[in-house]
Design a protein around this ligand. Sequence first.
Ligand code: FES
Length: 108
Amino acid sequence: MSDSSNLIELCAKADVAEGEVIKVETGDLELAVYCVGGRHYVTDNLCTHGPGELSEGYLDGHVIECDFHQGQFDIRDGSVVAPPCILKLKTYKVVPHDDAVVIEAPQD
Ligand code: FES
């Protein structure tokens, strides 16, 4: 279990409706926060292919489609599902919490 100083609270769980994605900015991070099946997932908001923001994309199950060139990623592990994206999307570990979406702070 991580020290609480390594944790970042992003938003209330209720801020993200089922099947939706929102943008959350904190410090230097610009993140996309998703809710699928009652579970929350967090990735970088910026597409690895270009200037598309994934929080503006189309979420279908665990797949987010960038609205810029329709590239797709799996939000569970950031893997590329459809081109033109090649580079994996960065994902963040969500820490269990009753009311809030909390992640472990990235180490890099
Ligand atoms: S910017 Fe996202 S697919 Fe091109």
